[in-house]
Design a binder for this molecule. Sequence first.
Ligand code: TZP
Ligand code: MG
Length: 223
Amino acid sequence: MKWQGKKLIMKAIERENIMKANISGFYFITDASLTKRGVLQDATDAIRGGARIIQLRDKKASPKEMLEAAMSLRETTAKPGILFIVNDNVEIAIQSGADGVHLGQEDAGISEARKKMPGKIIGISVSTPNEAMDAQEKGADYLGVGPIFATLTKADAVKPIGLAGLKEIRKTTSLPIIAIGGITHENARSAIEAGAGGVCAISAASGDGVEAKVRAFSNLFRK
Ligand code: TZP
Ligand code: MG
């Protein structure tokens, strides 16, 4: 078989693996300003608590710091087979061997990212049905939907879309949805009932006792 043909098959297998990756459950995002024991330890604790996906997000880190953190988190997540996603930066996702990248509406486009990381996971933040449909059309693998509730964690967050906004987006797309923004142990179930296959909480899962906080979220997904 020609190399080109082999490459196509390999890409198809990688795409299939993404579908099987099952982007759901509790999604942990590291936060360098909220951490008490360092983001690497937080990620380890989050994995012990049942997190299914770990994302490195650090708006203040230099590219060098970001790459170092990404390499360490890749190692931590690889052993237990936990998905590892890098926020914003496609190059660092590729260099660190991450499973994928998470983009905002303002970041590099999905098509551009797909060219650079064909078999990897591309997630995108959306807050409207139109953005969700557009992301699906362009080939995103999952959606971060929010902010669902008010949040202090994201400086430039748009107005909360509420559970009603989440339900509207659920109707427009078949992609996996991770609900984000103001998610707590008290309201996470309502987001799952509104159609989210996974939830992410930053402030409610960070600080002291990450493992126990994450476990309480993860337990919501146990059948
Ligand atoms: N994207 C939408 S809201 C948000 C991000 C990164 C912040 C979520 O943080 P918290 O503390 O769980 O509200
Ligand atoms: Mg971004």
